[in-house]
Design a protein around this ligand. Structure first.
Ligand SMILES: C[S@@+](CC[C@H](N)C(=O)[O-])C[C@H]1O[C@@H](n2cnc3c(N)ncnc32)[C@H](O)[C@@H]1O
Length: 214
């Protein structure tokens, strides 16, 4: 077993700042956001983990929902703060504080962000997510699967963890479902495959999960 190299959040922050500064991110909503929106009650209170340039957060706002969202990238968040809508803050979603019962959410949304952190940090985030949802609240998650062709490319730094131009930890479908169930979630939908998150000429194998707090 190779020694585990801790995730350098600082390094990835620089990568994502550069990515948003260079305007490499697309600004139309992802198919996953459109899919989740159909399941949301009107005027839902949503928390987004790792919102990036806000392509989905701004879509949820236009659809009449209330958004709180964080990202490590100062470039992305400062630009979202200038829109004057929603509540966007620079922060590490793996280190969020416990919320009071009056501050809970109808949904927590994570697209392509939980595969950006190591296993321990992701587990902490999933437990925070459960604790931060109202009863019957939704957890929406889309991540790269271990079946994605990028899994195995770049420098291996741990189990299913690779660094190319940035860090990714590819997710095993059975493991994530089992973890969510152990936390207390009811996993109501899980899909794995291509065709769900095409991006330019890439069509990654992703896992989509809709889970609900019991
Ligand atoms: C692949 S991008 C996805 C952005 C957006 N969700 C989307 O679908 O376009 C991953 C994002 O997660 C953010 N991120 C990674 N680790 C994070 C962490 N620990 N806390 C907050 N944001 C993080 C990155 O800064 C980046 O914006």
């Amino acid at each position: 077993m190779k020694p585990k190299i801790p995730l350098q959040e600082k390094d990835d922050r620089e990568f994502w700042d550069g990515f948003y500064l260079d305007k490499r991110a697309v600004d139309f909503p992802s198919p996953f956001a459109v899919y989740c929106n159909k399941k949301l009650p009107q005027k839902s209170k949503i928390f987004e983990l790792g919102c990036g340039n806000g392509r989905d957060a701004l879509f949820f706002l236009r659809e009449g929902h209330d958004i709180t969202a964080c990202d490590l990238s100062e470039v992305a968040i400062k630009s979202l703060q200038r829109t004057g809508s929603g509540y966007f803050f620079i922060g590490n979603f793996t280190r969020l504080e416990k919320r009071q019962s009056t501050e809970l959410f109808d949904a927590v949304y994570s697209r392509f962000s939980l595969h950006a952190v190591d296993e321990e940090a992701a587990s902490r985030t999933l437990r925070w997510t459960y604790d931060s949802l109202l009863p019957k609240g939704f957890f929406f998650m889309e991540v790269r699967s271990t079946k994605d062709k990028l899994c195995g490319q770049g420098k291996e730094v741990g189990k299913n963890e690779f660094i190319t131009d940035h860090y990714r930890r590819f997710i095993d479908r059975n493991e994530i479902i089992s973890e969510l169930r152990t936390i207390g979630f009811n996993v109501i939908e899980d899909i794995e495959g291509e065709g769900l998150a095409p991006h330019h000429d890439e069509d990654p194998v992703v896992i989509r999960i809709v889970a609900q707090k019991n």
